[in-house]
Design a protein around this ligand. Structure first.
Ligand code: 3HC
Length: 692
């Protein structure tokens, strides 16, 4: 064995040279890896004893892409382009042996091998679009040549990782080999290529599939149309599409030149900067300073849920989806039957759309049982209470859980804002109590706010974080305070939205500004969707608020065909003259002085107080770091990823400008806008929010 460099080895197995990369955690293409590949391939090509070359990786995965941490810095070592040219022009067959994930630059390297083999569990993809980028090492030109234009469009604009079997079907992989036998079977494959004198296949020369798409611009239009909502505001999807267009219409080298030019453009865009930040922010959120990696975990083999409503049912599905049995406890039989029925219907709907098989529906529903007896929770490892937001009810439940659940079981509440310390205080084991705040619909929404109470143990926190990952959630650890992180910040925006309407802006003005900013919908459209009557009690309603009047007029949101907006039969919203009159009447009644509110003011009034509240949260140590707040807002509240999150966005505007505006608002409208002490401090010290 020859050590080419600290991350690359070269060995000779008979007449097959094997280049092995070992650069944890994910064999990303750092300067060392690129140089190792370059020198390794050169040595293997120069070695007369080697007749073929296999490229394989140690550790959990094949190369998972360019090293994102190197972006923006000066490029050291061999260029990826040099490595690829050497591989593709090798006079000896090159085989890429793939396990784990071959992603981005990793797949682009593999596409310069003459052949690719993979184990069935491997996944392949070009996910650059999710970082606001496009594959910049020939992937935009090679993938369509292998997989065809439609498949390439779908994969590159979604960033999806295709399983090995699918990769085999599309020609991206030449052969599947047995799990655990990648190295020996890849070597055997390479040896066979030599014995059978197989050609050295260069993907770049294979034009059949791209030529088939020439003269069919509708392929591209269809992709744009089908994804218009998803692509809105992002630069990278269109840049990826244009590159594939170049693959179809231009010779390979010219296509590469288009790719290079557009790569430069997206790489320097603010959208990509925010998306790359978000990638690391999400991973950073997993790191809890006082909960070390080796904290003992509590095995979670069975979960209990209290409450078979929409929330309880959605939460249950998360666990059944990953094979963990769940028992749901309800007090009323009818509610239990209804809840279990809704779960089944949800699974069947997913199956009818092809998301899961009929067998999976059976299996998952089979994992969820119901009970009307809390004693059914005696053997669960985790119980999540998901009942009404009433402290007395929650305290009663936790008193019972304390008596019933086995020692060491995690006792979690799904409260969206009640004081978890108070809930924990009724148990003799507050160290086992934690908040697991799911967002509705709980089987769909990515965010999980994990709420640490005063006495929550490190093991309970570590287990909750790990479990979140297992069920596909993005978890953020927060502290106990009204509304926790997400809803507390939302409260600021909602308050300003309501106030702006009393000052002369219409609900559709506020919604339009926030939609244009990048949110999927504004606060009033959101209320109409959720139902204006959430928390509204008909008997107590006395026309004191705009909402009261709308609900009294049976304008309770989309479900009644009208709310803040009027809706047509296709649920398309139109500004409502009725609502406008209600608002104007209120303005007259309260003696307010309506004025023209500019779009700029709407945005600043909605967003700056959110940033300010984020700083108060950090001051009070209810979030560990500024980027955690951004992760919450991206994954739970539709903050556009290409704008990073409120704290990242605040840095782009500049902390000084945020402070100046908050002071201006405070002078005009009072202490609701009082700048956080931390905001003053950041500005005085010339820091950024990102440094917090
Ligand atoms: N560069 C640098 N670091 C990376 C990285 C990359 N491409 N991919 C992952 N990492 C780091 C993570 O930051 C994390 O570090 P940490 O432990 O210090 O937090 C560590 O590797 C492990 O990552 P995950 O926690 O995400 O591990 P998982 O096992 O859950 O997922 C993965 C592994 C699927 C590879 C996932 O990390 C991933 O999706 N990575 C990004 C893949 C990607 O986008 N590749 C394209 C890069 S851009 C490119 O290639 C441009 C080219 O076209 C020129």
């Amino acid at each position: 064995m020859t050590a080419i460099n600290p991350v690359t080895d070269l060995t000779l197995d008979g007449d097959v040279a094997v280049i092995t990369l070992n650069s944890p955690p994910v064999n990303a293409l750092s300067a060392n890896v690129r140089q190792g590949l370059y020198d390794g391939f050169k040595a293997a090509i120069d070695d007369p004893a080697a007749k073929a070359i296999v490229l394989i990786c140690d550790g959990r995965t094949f190369i998972a892409g360019a090293d994102i941490t190197e972006f923006g810095g000066a490029m050291a070592g061999a260029s990826l382009f040099d490595v690829q040219t050497m591989m593709e022009n090798s006079p000896k067959p090159v085989v890429a042996a793939i396990h784990g994930t071959a992603l981005g630059g990793g797949l682009e390297v593999a596409l310069c091998a003459h052949y690719r083999v993979a184990v069935p569990s491997a996944r392949l993809g070009l996910p650059e679009v999710n970082l606001g980028l496009l594959p910049g090492a020939g992937g935009t030109q090679r993938l369509p040549r292998v997989a065809g234009v439609e498949k390439a469009l779908e994969m590159m604009t979604s960033g999806r990782h295709a399983p090995a079997k699918e990769a085999l079907e599309m020609g991206l992989v030449d052969e599947l080999v047995e799990e655990g036998k990648l190295k020996e079977q890849a070597i055997a494959f390479a040896r066979k290529l030599v014995a059978e004198n197989k050609p050295l296949v260069k993907v770049r020369d294979n034009n059949t599939k791209v030529e088939a798409a020439r003269g069919h611009p509708e392929i591209f239009e269809n992709c744009r149309k089908a994804n218009a909502r998803k692509f809105r505001g992002y630069k990278a999807p269109e840049a990826n599409i244009k590159c594939i267009g170049a693959a179809v219409n231009l010779p390979f080298e010219e296509g590469l030149a288009v790719e290079r030019k557009l790569f430069g453009e997206v790489m320097s865009s603010s959208e990509s900067a925010a998306q790359r930040y978000s990638f690391f922010a999400e991973r950073q959120a997993n790191k809890i300073p006082d909960v070390p990696d080796d904290t003992p975990l509590i095995p979670i083999k069975k979960v209990g849920i209290i409450g078979a409503g929409t929330m309880g049912g959605g939460i249950a599905m998360n666990f059944a989806n990953v094979g963990i049995p769940v028992v749901i406890v309800e007090v009323q039989e009818a509610a239990l039957t209804r809840g279990l029925g809704v779960i089944k219907a949800n699974y069947e709907r997913t199956a009818s759309r092809g998301g899961i098989t009929a067998q999976q529906v059976e299996q998952r529903t089979g994992l969820i049982t119901g009970s009307m007896d809390m004693n059914a929770l005696a053997d669960v490892d985790l119980v999540i209470e998901a009942v009404f937001e009433r402290m007395d009810i929650k305290k009663d439940i936790f008193t019972k859980l304390d008596a019933i659940c086995k020692p060491g079981a995690i006792l979690a509440t799904n409260t969206s804002g009640l004081n978890i310390d108070e809930i924990a205080s009724v148990t003799k084991r507050p160290e086992s109590v934690i908040g697991l705040h799911f967002f509705s619909p709980a089987n769909v929404m990515k965010l999980l706010e994990i709420v640490r109470a005063d006495h929550t143990s490190a093991s309970v926190i570590a287990t909750s974080m790990k479990l979140a990952k297992q069920i596909g959630k993005v978890a953020v650890l927060v502290g106990v305070c009204p509304g926790f992180v997400g809803n507390r910040i939302l409260g600021q925006r909602q308050r300003e939205a309501q106030k702006l309407v009393m000052e002369g802006a219409m609900p559709w003005d506020v919604d339009r500004v926030l939609y244009d900013f990048g949110f999927p919908m504004g606060p009033f459209a959101m209320s109409d969707l959720a139902g204006l009557d959430i928390g509204w009690v008909k008997e107590k309603s006395n026309g004191e608020s705009i909402r009261d009047v709308l609900c009294e007029a049976d304008r309770r949101g989309q479900k009644t065909g009208a709310g803040y907006y009027d809706y047509d039969e296709n649920r398309v919203a139109k500004p409502s003259p009725f609502t406008e009159k209600v608002i104007n009447d209120f303005i007259v009644k309260t003696g307010a002085n309506p004025r023209k509110v500019s779009d700029e003011e709407i945005l600043e009034r909605a967003i700056y107080p959110m940033i300010n509240e984020g700083l108060k949260i950090l001051e009070e140590k209810k979030a560990i770091r500024a980027s955690d707040i951004d992760v919450v807002w991206q994954n739970g509240y539709g903050w556009p990823v290409y704008r990073g999150g409120p704290m990242w966005y605040g840095d782009q505007i500049g902390p000084a400008k945020v402070l100046e505006k908050m002071k201006e608002f405070q002078a005009k409208m009072g202490d609701q806008f009082k700048p956080a002490a931390l905001l003053e401090k950041v500005v005085a010290e010339g820091k950024t929010f990102g440094s917090l």
